[in-house]
Ligand binder design. Structure first.
Ligand code: XMP
Length: 510
């Protein structure tokens, strides 16, 4: 299989680069620069290498470096941002810090003729984010692009198949970024582009069949897309050695538990244990109002429940989780600041009673997970289900959680989702749900005064859930939802619609 190595020097876009390569049907894997030796790189037979960006300056003592002999390994290399400066430095060029002239944001780029820029117009917009820049090219390199303040926005040594770009071709703000990566993969590395999601499935199945042979594996199934895809993938690899445990923590959506049970037990014929643990979770959550605390409690309780179940089953060796790449970043990769501790990652207690955790989807983005799910034969209804957080309605009930509040929210949420689906809006809106605020206010119904909860409706359009825009739902649909909720859900007498984007808000209310 043709493979590209993304050698990570601490940038934030390592997985995004890998994904952009996979989008072009070439397999890419990310390795931290200090986790793979030059010998290993050579023996793996990579078609090409991409050096990622990173926050350092090449002359800093602590900055990440690599054996310069990598430039002579005969493997094409593309250096991006820090990776570009590092390549120049290793090859004998000079880097300078433009202390007062750092370039950040969209910048006009002028390119010259090069295999890397085949098919590009002379001028386009690229995304820059740097202070340091290459001020003197190494011997044998030529400048192939420039911006107003960066004389060597890109450099090339065609004979050695070494290329560097100061800007970021992997982000969508670089208008020709996709073409540049395409040129690197196909013009420079001579890839054929025959990789697809089926190859990922086949190699994962093969890998886990080998690595988990004879192991008893437990899968934490939530019924969401991610854990469902992880479970089915694992089931294909190890069959009945996999037992799925589905914890009903009492914070699921209306009828969700029954649906999950039906799909996995009946359709996929998996070993499925449904644990009804509503009392256990709600008693642990009683009186807790801080969202991060709720998350930690639920994450911890989940693991305890799995441990208890695995004890009943006899010793289980491995825990499978449906963590996907955006969960990893949002929970703080490396030094990145923690936005919220994701249920699948940060919520886990330190000591758990398994030999190990396996996360087969850890490197994939959501759309890649969906494509995998479809290829695995999971019904489209399930694959395209909107995301639902692991801690469930706990993150949608502001303030303390009670069964009454959860039941109230479940009813309102089901009505809102039904109205969106009925209006045919479900495909254009990535996520839509109701939130139970902890505001109560006076209302009037018939001739009587009421004192009920305010529910907030939330609907967002987004591709990647990193940023999101609030959905412009027609007033009539909002009106129907509001009228039905206040009529059909006794405890609610007021409905609001959230018109905040992410950022500054997040998708969920917590
Ligand atoms: P936020 O609120 O961070 O949500 O803008 C982004 C997306 O992530 C989902 N989400 C979660 N998914 N475990 C998950 O698997 C979690 O703990 C979790 N918290 C939020 C959220 O529903 C939205 O789609």
């Amino acid at each position: 299989m043709e493979k590209i190595l993304v050698l990570d020097f601490g940038g934030q876009y390592d997985q995004l680069i890998a994904r952009r390569v996979r989008e072009q049907h070439v397999y890419a894997e990310v390795k931290p620069y200090n986790a793979i030796t030059l010998e290993e790189i050579k023996s793996t037979g990579y078609r090409g290498i991409i050096f990622t960006g990173g926050p350092n300056s090449v002359y800093d003592e602590k900055s990440p470096h690599y054996d310069p002999a990598i430039l002579d390994a005969g493997i094409p290399i593309l250096g991006i941002c820090y990776g570009d400066q590092l390549m120049a430095y290793m090859a004998g060029g000079e880097i300078r810090s433009a202390e007062n002239a750092s370039e950040y944001g969209k910048v006009e780029l002028t390119v010259r003729k090069s295999p890397l820029f085949r098919g590009l117009s002379e001028k386009s917009v690229c995304w820059m984010s740097h202070t340091d820049y290459v001020c003197r090219l190494p011997e044998g390199f030529t400048g192939i692009a420039s911006t107003a303040s960066c004389p060597y926005a890109a450099m090339a040594n065609d004979a050695r198949r070494l290329y560097g770009v100061q800007f970021h071709p992997e982000v969508t703000h670089t208008a020709c970024g996709k073409e540049i990566l395409h040129n690197f993969l196909f013009e420079v590395c001579a890839c054929s582009g025959d990789w697809n999601m089926e190859d990922f499935i086949a190699s994962s199945i093969e890998k886990y069949r080998r690595e988990l042979a004879g192991k008893k594996v437990l899968c934490a199934l939530s019924g969401g897309v991610d854990s469902s895809v992880a479970a089915v993938l694992m089931h294909k690899a190890i069959g009945d050695n996999l037992t799925c445990v589905f914890v009903d923590h009492g914070l699921l959506r209306l009828h969700e538990g029954d649906m999950v049970e039906k799909i996995f037990r009946k359709q996929f014929k998996m070993n499925l244990i449904r644990v009804n643990a509503e009392d256990r979770f709600l008693s642990k959550l009683a009186g807790v109002t801080r969202p991060e605390r709720k998350r930690k409690i639920i994450g911890k309780e989940f693991i305890r429940v799995f441990e208890d179940e695995s004890k009943k089953l006899g010793k289980m060796d491995i825990l499978v989780q449906g963590t996907i790449y955006p969960d990893v970043i949002e929970s703080g990769k490396g030094d990145a600041s923690v936005i919220k501790s994701h249920h699948n990652v940060g919520g886990l207690p330190k000591v758990i009673d398994f030999e190990g955790i396996v996360e087969p989807l850890r490197d994939l983005f959501k759309d890649e997970v969906r494509a995998t799910g479809l290829k695995l034969g999971i019904p489209a209804d399930l694959v395209y289900r909107q995301p639902f957080p692991g801690p469930g309605l706990a993150v949608r009930i502001i303030g303390s959680i009670t069964k009454e509040k959860a039941d109230t929210l479940r009813e309102a949420d089901a009505i809102f989702r039904e109205e969106i689906d009925r209006a045919g809006l479900n495909t254009g809106i990535a996520q839509y749900f109701a939130v139970l605020t902890n505001t109560k206010s006076v209302g009037v119904m018939g001739d009587a005064r009421t004192y009920g909860y305010t529910v907030a409706l939330r609907a967002v359009a987004t591709d990647d859930f990193m940023t999101a825009d609030w959905a412009r739902i027609p007033y009539e649909v909002l009106e129907r939802a509001s009228s039905r909720i206040t009529n059909e859900v006794k405890q609610i007498n007021r409905v609001t619609y959230d018109i905040t984007s992410k950022p500054p808000a997040t998708v969920e209310w917590e």
